[in-house]
Write a protein that binds this ligand. Structure first.
Ligand code: NA7
Length: 540
């Protein structure tokens, strides 16, 4: 598209916000059906989450042979992953390969943030506004805005006073950062920090890690992919993809368990944990089938990991500080690391336990806790995201009667199947709240949502309808169901970003749906029953 003129709105059939895995697939799929589709993205490159999260050590924690598109057999045969867990640069190269191969870039406008989306009830159209004041008018909008894409910069006293450089893991400088000779602070110990800390520690003169809550992490045991492993996947890709999509709870194939951790004796249990620990990756959490539902079984796994931390970290007091104790393992997303705990044995790494010596303020020269002033040249915020809702609520989205989505969601997000919210007709979300999203291999979830949205749009076109939205009734029952399913597990027992608990003031509601295969069946059923639960109309 040539440079849009603010004086004239751009007219489309479907406007897509976000050029990550979701937006790119939606563009490819919908364009094939003859729609005039265009993607807008704030970044100066495509890739979404995988574009922004360029911090050292950034890597996917789902195996590369599974973390890729499944919708083109030749693509999955041709592309060569090199490592068991792909690095961020390799994933970005893959995304570029896909964009080139399917000629996507001609329908993408970069450096363009969508700031508002307003529904016109008479015309049944959405008007999107860009940060340059350009308006885009389309009957349908698809928010492919990601679930971990609105970085959280905490309101830390004194942050503006700091004279050194400040980085956020989710907005890392494109040319990288050289920490050689510097005193660096990493604030936060979530998954991003756990990946970045071992890499930064290798460069920095000294690294201080500021930890409020320790996390459970399992070793990745990353390694180059062997030709045999690649061949095994590629010789059977369609069936393996089908299995992941239709028969697993998360869209990822693991060595699935058949029994409870309580059905075996301690020696058997520890041997199983040990074998999975040696193999590496999130496979560990599938050792037994009740680890996320039964407190006693969960404790067996947590105790095993705590024992491993104590075996790895030489200073017992330090090991103790790194051991999570106040929430069940797996209730926060399990971290997958390369040498995280061992990094604390390095003489140039210090853990600052903010539970014992609370954060006071950032100063001009570093960070002050209740116990000391710590001099820093650079500060890395690994403080996470306004997950699942932030990317949507940061846009001024207004539906029927001018209602804002942010207001509607102030007590927690309300959406049906994570794909639409009542009162916001013709506005689709990909992997929105109430869908498996972060509790799944997100590419599998993205493909499912985009396929469903495409079928829905084709249906509307075939019957000449111009408007669709879920009823409040089905939406309310779905939100209740999402929370009922979660309540049968241990997941709500942690103050996690699944619950909105990492954002001060955010409503505590469990947001993702647990159970990808069930979710898929439900979505298919709704479609087969003529989009049951949705109001479809010619006009308002
Ligand atoms: P996370 O998992 O949300 O981690 C953020 C970290 O930052 C976590 O340790 C937080 O401690 C810490 N944090 C955030 N705000 C503060 C304040 N105000 N004070 C002290 N510490 C703070 O984000 P990630 O980017 O690591 O990972 C998110 C997902 O992205 C991950 O699961 C992967 O799927 C990819 P807290 O736990 O709140 O005490």
């Amino acid at each position: 598209m040539t440079a849009p003129d603010p004086a004239h709105p751009v007219s489309l059939d479907i406007a897509i916000v976000g050029a990550g895995f979701a937006g790119l697939y939606a563009l490819h799929k919908l364009r094939k059906h003859g729609y005039r589709v265009h993607v807008f993205d704030a970044g100066d490159d495509i890739g979404g989450t995988w574009y922004w999260n360029r911090y050292p050590g950034a890597r996917c924690d789902i195996e590369s042979m599974q973390y890729s598109y499944s919708w083109d057999e030749q693509l999955q045969q041709d592309w060569q992953w090199t490592e068991r867990f792909a690095t961020q640069p390799e994933i970005l190269r893959y995304i570029h390969h896909v964009a080139d191969r399917f000629d996507l870039s001609r329908d993408i406008t970069l450096n363009t943030r969508i700031t508002a989306a307003i529904f016109d009830e008479a015309a049944n159209t959405w008007t999107l506004t860009t940060d340059a004041g350009v308006r885009i008018v389309a009957p349908y909008a698809i928010m492919a805005t990601g679930v971990l894409s609105a970085p959280l910069v905490p309101n830390l006293a004194g942050l503006d006073d700091f004279k050194g450089a400040i980085y956020h893991t989710a907005n890392w400088p494109k040319d990288g950062v050289d920490f050689a000779g510097l005193r660096v602070g990493v604030f936060g110990t979530g998954s991003s920090a756990i990946q970045a800390i071992p890499e930064i520690a290798k460069q920095a003169r000294h690294l201080h890690v500021f930890q409020r809550t320790p996390n459970f992490s399992v070793p990745a045991r990353n390694q180059p992919l062997t030709p045999d492993t690649i061949a095994q996947w590629k010789s059977n890709y369609p069936e393996l993809r089908r299995y992941a999509r239709e028969d697993t709870g998360s869209g990822t194939i693991y060595d699935f368990p058949t029994r409870s951790a309580k059905d075996v004796d301690e020696a058997t249990r520890n041997a199983e944990f040990e074998a999975r620990w040696a193999k590496g990756g999130a496979n560990f959490m599938h050792a037994y089938n009740d680890l996320v539902i039964d407190e006693e079984s969960n404790r067996f796994a947590a105790d095993f990991v705590r024992r491993k931390i104590r075996e790895t970290v030489k200073d017992p007091a330090l090991a103790d500080a790194l051991c999570p104790t106040d929430y069940p393992i797996f209730a926060k997303r399990i971290c997958v690391d390369s040498d995280y705990y061992d990094t604390f044995n390095r003489p140039n790494v210090t853990l600052v336990n903010l539970k014992k010596t609370p954060f006071d303020r950032v100063t001009e020269t570093g960070l002050r806790t209740s116990a000391s002033d710590i001099a820093l040249d650079a500060l890395v915020l690994a403080t996470g995201f306004d997950a699942m809702t932030g990317a949507l609520t940061r846009i001024d989205i207004r539906g029927i009667g001018g209602q804002s989505l942010k207001d509607k969601w102030s007590e927690g997000p309300r959406a049906y199947l994570g794909v639409m919210s009542a009162g916001f007709p013709n506005l689709f979300m990909v992997t929105g709240p109430g869908s498996p999203s972060v509790l799944s291999n997100v590419i599998v979830s993205i493909e499912q949502h985009v396929d469903w949205i495409t079928d829905c749009l084709l249906h509307l076109r075939s019957i000449g309808a111009q408007r669709i939205e879920p009823t409040t009734g089905v939406e309310n029952s779905w939100v209740r169901h999402v929370n009922d399913v979660a309540s049968a597990t241990l997941l709500p027992k942690a103050a996690s970003w699944y619950m909105g608990a990492n954002i001060p003031g955010k409503a505590r509601v469990f947001m993702p749906y647990i159970g990808l295969a069930n979710f898929r069946r439900k979505c298919n059923e709704v479609a087969a029953n003529g989009y049951e639960g949705f109001r479809i109309g010619q006009s308002n």
